[in-house]
Write a protein that binds this ligand. Sequence first.
Ligand SMILES: [Zn+2]
Length: 281
Amino acid sequence: MKVAITYHEDFGKNGFSVLKERIRPSFEALMEAGLVDGVDVQVFKARPAPIKLVEQAHTAAHMANMATDPYREVALLSAGSVMMAAEMVARGEADSAFAFTGTAGHHASRGSCWGFCYFNDVAITVARLREMGLERFLIIDVDPHFGDGTRDFFGNDADVFHINFHSGTDEEHDPAKNNYDIGLTFGASNERFISALKSALELAKDWDFQIAFVIFGHDSHQDDYGGFNLTFEAYPRMAQLIKEAVGEKGLVFVLSGGSCVHVGERVIPDVVRVLAGRWPQ
Ligand SMILES: [Zn+2]
């Protein structure tokens, strides 16, 4: 299989209020695009992440705070969606994957969370993949909000290369700890974003990792709520560049920020098209 897609209808029904409206229309647009053929591109129903792994990732205090949170169940399902997608890629059942979510993860630290995030889906998944014997991971966070939760988990872990786009002015690379923050000023254009992505991928492509995650927030689109000013053309270009840099290693796209229905409806099928090797159309 070329692409595994993990999805659950609860993401659109019970997902975080800002994020959920785009889910069902985006999934329907993906189905209508004719990409899901049951052979090269298949859809799998997400299951909740095992609570034990979530408890290992987060502090007891955070778990206690989350115990009565109305988004707890959909956050567990979102983490499970990412985990299921990555497991299939790790086992070689799929070359790449796209995980739908109903809550985001990159603002969830070990002991706290904010910004539509509850559990850190990618950190929990990395822990699971390490149980399976994988060691080194590349995380490319293209959501325009700083991935502080992911940094809390992996800032001191040199076996995780964290490339972190955000709205800001500073560019900071720590080669010892494999952290690379790329601040793009408000209203960053396609050209600015793509050229920064190329530089970052140049650093990462020869680094020895087994699976790459893309924290895919389409709130970077000019019509959406984030600070960048990207247009539709940027997304398949981004996906193509990342796919080329990742090469034969595994690649998992993780849905993150974004609320605009018409943006999700277009960019999600476009990314899957690239992953499936069907771009340009
Ligand atoms: Zn965001």
